[in-house]
Ligand binder design. Structure first.
Ligand code: 3SL
Length: 241
């Protein structure tokens, strides 16, 4: 197994695919997707374009859908919710399809949607994702961070490092055999430095600042937790998990 970490969709190769690709957007898109599926959502369907989300979801029975739209950290008009995982309670999402469009996270998923196996990961389901990978043993594995509009984000990289570190421990694969690029080694180092202070790291992160300005400190606290859910969102068809 060779693991490659890419910090953003823009830095991810577009001329080839991995055997398995994992999209990560700790703050907050993939955390929201994991939470929604864990709370009983029927599926999550992702869109980079909000108008397309509105058109497609229009053909879905209204009692069977929930529309989540976020731009710049705030809810998009005309949607049922923004991108807070805390809104994904069983009474809101159970049995419904979550149609979701966010600034960066949905683009990360779309950039790897052609891989034979596509997962969504966050800190909250890190261990479940690692167990899935240890069973499947893909030859090439990519972890793609969402970043923010093309730039690096601490929280996605620390999550990539958390997955890589735990995968190494569970499989016994050495770092030199596992790491496909320097970003993987850097991500593990970042995780080892901050593993006991992940919430503090979120407070240092630029997107953490943005969310705090928008009064989302409870979201940061939720997203900074590790291994609290066992749901692993797996793509069933392009754009649908
Ligand atoms: O960028 C994204 O996709 C979002 O997760 C951003 S936010 O956390 O909802 O502001």
């Amino acid at each position: 197994m060779k693991l490659f970490v890419y910090h953003t969709p823009e830095l991810t190769p577009s001329d080839r695919v991995a055997d398995c690709a994992i999209a990560v957007d700790v703050l907050r898109a993939t955390t929201t997707m994991v939470t929604a599926l864990d709370a009983g959502a029927e599926a999550v369907q992702v869109f980079s374009d909000i108008e397309q989300l509105k058109q497609v979801s229009e053909h879905w029975p209204s009692e069977k859908r929930i529309r989540a739209g976020e731009r710049g950290g705030s809810m998009v008009d005309g949607c049922d919710m923004g991108n807070s995982p805390l809104d994904c309670t069983p009474d809101r999402v159970s049995g419904r399809r979550l149609f979701i469009s966010t600034t960066n996270g949905t683009r990360a998923l779309q950039c790897v949607e052609k891989a034979p196996s596509v997962l969504a990961a966050a800190l909250i389901n890190r261990q479940a994702v690692v167990e899935f990978l240890a069973r499947k043993r893909p030859e090439t594995l990519w972890i793609v961070g969402s970043g923010w509009e093309g730039s690096f984000s601490l929280e996605d990289t620390v999550c990539a490092g958390a997955i890589a570190h735990s995968l190494q421990e569970m499989t016994g694969i050495s770092l030199v055999d596992l790491a496909g690029n320097d970003e993987t080694i850097a991500a593990i180092a970042l995780y080892l430095q901050w593993q006991d202070r992940l919430l503090e790291l979120m407070h240092h992160a630029s997107h953490g600042h943005r969310l705090l300005r928008l009064n989302n400190s409870a979201d940061l606290e939720y997203c900074a937790q590790t291994d609290i859910l066992t749901t692993v969102p797996v793509q069933k068809e392009p754009g649908v998990l």
